[in-house]
Design a protein around this ligand. Structure first.
Ligand code: NAD
Ligand code: ZN
Length: 340
C-alpha cells in the first residue's frame, strides 16, 4: 500500500510502498477514508517534538471503514469508524485512573506507531469507535484530534456555566474550541487570531472576534470583558501567545497550555499566579472516555465541522507536503484532510 512517511526530520514526507499490515487477534485493519493534517504533524516533520522510530507514517486524525478483522473481534468489515489515536495497555496505574495518555506501555498513532497518512491503518479494536451515520468520515477524522483536544482542554479548565473564555488561535483546533465552549455553557467567548477570514468564521460560531494585528489582544479582551477572562486556551504554540493567555486572566482564572512550542515562557509565581490565584494547566491529548460525549455534540449539530474542513488533498507526496508547508506558514485553510 502507499504511505507518506517521515524518514528524516527536517525533510519532506516521502511517498513509499509499504506492506499492508494483517490484523492479529483483537486488531482491525481500517481503510482510511480521511486523515486530517494537524499542526503537530508539521512539528514532527521539523523534528520537535521528535517522532519515531523512523521511518514512520504520520497521521493521527483518522476515520475510515473496517476492511479486515483479526480473531476475537466484534467489529465487522464495512463498519464506519473513527480512530482514537492513543494506544494503551488498559492495565497500568495511569490507565486505571483513566489517564491513558501517560500509559508507559502505550503509543500514539502517527507519532510512535504508523498512522493514517496511508491507504490502511492497523489498530486495536478498542481504538475503533463507531461513527454515527450523521457524521461524515472527514468530520469524524478531524474530530479525533482537533475537536477531542479542545474537549479535553476545556474539561481540564473546569469551565463552569457562564464563565468567560479566550481562545488564542482559531485554526484547526480553535474553531472546535469556540463551539465546544459554547456547548459547555460558556458566557462570552473571545476568539483571537491574525487571520481576518478565520476571525469571521469564529464569529459565526458565536465568538467575539479579537484581531491580534489591530493592537494588544490582552488589552482588547480586558476592555471588552471588564477585567479579564476565567479561562484562556492557548492553541497556537508561541511563547508570546502563551504569555498573553496568562496576562488575560481574571482572579481565579485558568490558562490552559495546548499549543506545542519549543521556546520557554517567562512566568512570575507572584505576579502571574499568587496574587490572582491563577492556574496554568497543561493539557495533553484526550481520553477515550471523552469520545462518546464529543461524538454526541457533533451528532446533535452543536459541533459543526462543515466549514472547518476547507481543503482536501490526495494521498500524494507533493500535495501533502505543500499543504503542510502552507500550514507551517499559518496559511488560510482551517483544516486540510487527505482523502486517499
Ligand atoms: P493551526 O495552525 O490550524 O491554528 C493556529 C492558529 O493560530 C491559526 O489560525 C493562525 O492564524 C493563528 N495564529 C498564528 N499566530 C498568531 C498570533 N500571533 N496571534 C493570534 N493567532 C495566531 O494549528 P492547529 O492544528 O489548530 O494546532 C494548534 C496547536 O496545538 C499546535 O501547536 C499543535 O501542535 C497543538 N496541539 C496540541 C495538542 C495537545 O494535546 N496538547 C493536540 C493537538 C494539537
Ligand atoms: Zn493533532
Amino acid at each position: 500500500m502507499r504511505a507518506l512517511q517521515l524518514v528524516e526530520p527536517g525533510h519532506r514526507l516521502e511517498e513509499r510502498d509499504v506492506a499492508t499490515p494483517n490484523p492479529g487477534p483483537g486488531e482491525v485493519l481500517v481503510k482510511v477514508g480521511a486523515a486530517g493534517i494537524c499542526r503537530s504533524d508539521v512539528h514532527y516533520r521539523k523534528g520537535h517534538p521528535e517522532a519515531g522510530p523512523l521511518p514512520l507514517t504520520l497521521g493521527h486524525e483518522i476515520a475510515g471503514v473496517v476492511a479486515a478483522t483479526g480473531s476475537g473481534v466484534r467489529r465487522a468489515e464495512g463498519d464506519r469508524v473513527c480512530v482514537h489515536y492513543q494506544l494503551s495497555c488498559g492495565d497500568c496505574p495511569y490507565c486505571a485512573r483513566g489517564s491513558e495518555q501517560f500509559c508507559p506501555n502505550g503509543a500514539m498513532l502517527g507519532m510512535r506507531r504508523d498512522g493514517g497518512f496511508a491507504e490502511y491503518v492497523l489498530i486495536p479494536e478498542r481504538n475503533a469507535f463507531l461513527l454515527p451515520d450523521e457524521i461524515s468520515l472527514e468530520h469524524g477524522a478531524v474530530m479525533m484530534c482537533s475537536s477531542a483536544t479542545c474537549y479535553h482542554a476545556l474539561r481540564k479548565a473546569r469551565m463552569t456555566q457562564g464563565e468567560s473564555v479566550a481562545i488564542f488561535g482559531v485554526g484547526g483546533l480553535g474553531m472546535s474550541a469556540v463551539q465546544i465552549a459554547r456547548a459547555f455553557g460558556a458566557g462570552d467567548v473571545y476568539a483571537v487570531d491574525i487571520n481576518p477570514a478565520k476571525l469571521q468564521l469564529a464569529a459565526t460560531f458565536g465568538a467575539v472576534p479579537i484581531d491580534a494585528t489591530a493592537g494588544d489582544p490582552v488589552e482588547q479582551i480586558r476592555q471588552a470583558s471588564g477585567g479579564g477572562v476565567d479561562v484562556a486556551l492557548e492553541l497556537i504554540g508561541l511563547a508570546a501567545t502563551m504569555r498573553q493567555s496568562v496576562d488575560v486572566l481574571a482572579p481565579l482564572g485558568r490558562a490552559i497550555a495546548v499549543g506545542v512550542g519549543a521556546e520557554p515562557v517567562d512566568v512570575s509565581a507572584y505576579r502571574d499566579m499568587i496574587v490572582r490565584e491563577a492556574e496554568i494547566i497543561g493539557s495533553a491529548d484526550h481520553l477515550a472516555q471523552e469520545l462518546p460525549g464529543l461524538l454526541d455534540l457533533a451528532r446533535r449539530g452543536a459541533l459543526d465541522l462543515s466549514q472547518i474542513v476547507t481543503n482536501r488533498v490526495p494521498l500524494e507526496e507533493e500535495a501533502v507536503n505543500a499543504a503542510m508547508d502552507a500550514l507551517e506558514q499559518f496559511g488560510d485553510e482551517v483544516r486540510t484532510v487527505i482523502v486517499p
